[in-house]
Design a protein around this ligand. Structure first.
Ligand code: SF4
Length: 297
């Protein structure tokens, strides 16, 4: 029997907590493609899937997963699509998957800007209940150095719109991004911003530089010095310690030398203890050795 193929192209990423979600490609690659540290969508130009292609995939999915309850739309930042386009896709999702309870996707901070709170509320009404945002840090000098294309003030203004519209959001924090000597500054600036918002999850990932990124060349040219591993632990500890909001910390990504998870504020003391224990137990060389063994995320 021949199985029909879905239209996945390029790299497909999804957060770990979307493991049971039905994946559907509506874009591939990234609209921005300029962050210095990024190698995730290397070689994949941005492409918006034609609606006919999305509908074809939905026909296949409705045959094999007719009772799918959660759909995750793939691509680096499908939320870059216009409000009207996202509404068209939401209508198709409802038509083909009547049991769907919610859908989500990745977004850049800047993707929220063209959408009004009213439009965001309408998307929420159409079952868009959460988005995942690669914030990385809210430390302005680091955001600029890494060419993220937004500032801390944009993070506050755009994510506040999601709060108002009732769309949940999860953030990604990139530990070590500031480089040597910037760890604590990055953590303090980020905690200050995040304490004014209401993220559901903060995913902590630790910077691991791969040859496909332009930051790799900066390291070779001596223009960027990587943050030492112990400094990274101090950075993460500072971030967690300074957070005053209720938020889940998910820091068990392969790139983290010390895996931590917990619900703040209840687990704060336990998470901080994990960092203290690791700093007492492991040397810089041991931790670096672990990082050098990471070949892929
Ligand atoms: S980090 Fe995200 S926004 Fe930046 S280039 Fe990579 S995929 Fe695009």
């Amino acid at each position: 029997m021949e199985y029909p193929q879905l239209h996945f192209t390029g790299q497909v990423w999804r957060p770990p907590y979307e493991a049971s979600s039905q994946l559907l490609q509506i874009t591939s690659g990234c609209t921005w493609h300029k962050c210095k540290f990024c190698s995730l969508y290397h070689g994949t130009p941005f492409r918006m899937s034609p609606l006919s292609e999305v509908e074809e995939d939905l026909r296949v999915i409705s045959h094999w997963q007719p009772r799918a309850r959660r759909v995750y739309l793939t691509g680096a930042n499908p939320f870059a699509l216009s409000y009207n386009r996202l509404m068209d896709i939401a209508v198709l999702l409802r038509k083909y998957l009547p049991h769907m309870v919610s859908f989500g996707m990745f977004a850049r901070v800047t993707d929220i800007a063209p959408k009004s709170v009213e439009e965001l509320k309408k998307l929420r009404h159409m079952k868009l209940d959460s988005i995942n945002i690669g914030m990385e840090t809210a430390h302005d000098p680091t955001l600029e150095k890494m060419n993220k294309g937004y500032r801390a003030s944009d993070i506050i203004s755009q994510l506040s719109k999601l709060d108002e519209a009732g769309i949940r959001y999860n953030l990604f924090y990139l530990n070590g991004l500031g480089g040597k000597g910037c760890g604590v500054e990055s953590a303090v600036a980020t905690a200050d911003v995040v304490n004014r918002l209401h993220p559901c999850i903060i995913n902590i990932v630790s910077l691991t530089i791969f040859p496909e990124s332009s930051l790799y060349q900066d390291v070779i040219d001596g223009k960027y010095e990587e943050e030492p591993e112990i400094e990274r632990l101090i950075e993460m500890r500072t971030l967690v310690d300074r957070l005053k909001i209720r938020v889940n910390i998910l820091g068990h990504h392969v790139s983290n030398t010390v895996p931590v998870t917990g619900a703040l504020p209840y687990d704060k003391a336990a998470v901080l203890r994990e960092f203290d224990k690791a700093m007492a137990q492991f040397s810089e060389a041991e931790l670096k050795d672990y990082r050098n063994g990471i070949w892929h995320l």
